[in-house]
Design a protein around this ligand. Structure first.
Ligand SMILES: Nc1ncnc2c1ncn2[C@@H]1O[C@H](COP(=O)(O)OP(=O)(O)OP(=O)(O)O)[C@@H](O)[C@H]1O
Ligand SMILES: [Mg+2]
Length: 335
């Protein structure tokens, strides 16, 4: 990780940057570049201006700026020397908590440089730690409080034991909003000299669901193929069906046209290479856009949940999808 960001900084020559990952190339280096997460940034900035900070816990979905914020904190606090004062570890590393402990020990032995009284240890994917490992981590945190501050990152704070949570100030990161994602897309498009119109940006937003890393990766893959990026390309690269197409077969089913609906469903799945559970998630989202009464939407969404569960339990995908479509058609027949 440390090496990755080092590499992205050094890759400023045109040729090298062409080959670097955009997620690293466009990782914000200052607070001003981090989109959204306003409340969190305000509080974090206050910690930095006081050169004092509690242990922090960043919880939230993937690709919304948790690691980025931790890196920016280090840059702001330590300036040029941030690398010497920032240790990034991955908690889910197969070598386990013992390695974490040894590394922390080595790192925490020396004092921080400059006028900041502590170094920062960033521990990614903490929710992957077992309860026992979390207990060990808790002791490690206590032992080195004099010289270090921990920033823990996880997707679900509920998976972190209470004694750790109570030692940290918990910040909950949110998925980025559409406008914020669009700003990021526009910036990248300008820098990389690619064209992406509004429908393309919409598609990218829908496919990534507020996960910025995912969006940037899809965009980079599309850009490798063409400089003018279309919505079609994005959907096919992201393996996501166009919402319009999902809407089409659902509407066919709602109009009592079961066979054509089934054909269209199969065609869509083949076209985008979707699995049963992929398409169910999209159907579930699209139910809300159908022209039916709200209680019916709720009932159908409930059905989606049930069918998805049956699929994960190993039931035949196509059989289950047909059963789901049948529910839509039954709705039509009731009228
Ligand atoms: N709030 C944001 N503003 C601008 N860019 C962002 C933001 N969040 C994410 N990104 C972009 O997405 C990339 C990945 O973000 P980051 O590593 O911070 O995700 P994360 O929240 O740590 O996710 P994970 O839980 O998967 O580790 C960044 O390099 C950056 O390009
Ligand atoms: Mg991260």
């Amino acid at each position: 990780m440390e090496e990755e960001s080092k590499a992205s900084e050094e890759n400023t020559s045109d040729n090298a940057s062409k080959h670097s990952m955009w997620v690293e190339k466009y990782r914000p280096k200052a607070f001003a570049d981090i989109k959204g997460q306003k409340d969190i940034l305000t509080k974090v900035k206050a910690f930095i201006s006081q050169k004092n900070m509690p242990h922090l816990m960043f919880a939230g979905p993937a690709g919304v700026g948790k690691s980025t914020t931790a890196l920016v904190i280090a840059r702001e606090l330590f300036g040029e020397q941030w690398r010497e004062n920032f240790l990034e570890l991955n908690a889910s590393d197969e070598r386990g908590i013992d390695v974490v402990r040894t590394k922390v020990k080595d790192f925490a032995r020396t004092r921080a440089m400059g006028n900041v009284p502590f170094k920062i240890i960033f521990l990614d994917e903490c929710d992957a730690l077992t309860k026992e490992a979390q207990q060990a981590l808790r002791r490690t945190m206590e032992n080195y409080t004099q010289t270090t501050r921990f920033v823990l990152s996880c997707n679900y704070s509920s998976k972190i034991i209470d004694p750790i949570q109570s030692r940290c100030t918990v910040f909950r990161f949110k998925p980025l909003e559409k406008e914020q994602m669009f700003e990021i897309f526009d910036k990248i498009a300008k820098e990389e000299k690619i064209q992406i119109d509004k429908s393309g940006k919409e598609a990218l937003y829908i496919c990534s669901e507020g996960d910025c890393r995912k969006a940037e990766n899809i965009l980079q893959s599309c850009a490798a193929v063409a400089t003018k990026i279309t919505e079609d390309e994005i959907y096919s690269l992201a393996s996501v069906a166009k919402p319009k197409e999902v809407n089409e077969f659902l509407n066919l089913a709602l109009q009592n046209k079961f066979i054509p609906a089934r054909e269209k469903l199969l065609e869509t799945m083949l076209k985008y290479g979707l699995s049963g559970s992929d398409i169910i998630k999209q159907i579930q989202k699209e139910v809300w856009n159908l022209q039916i009464a709200d209680p019916e939407k709720v009932r159908l969404v409930d059905k989606c949940g049930e069918i998805e569960f049956r699929m994960t339990e190993g039931s035949d995908e196509f059989l289950q999808l047909e059963a789901l479509l049948a529910q839509f058609t039954l709705h039509a027949m009731k009228k």
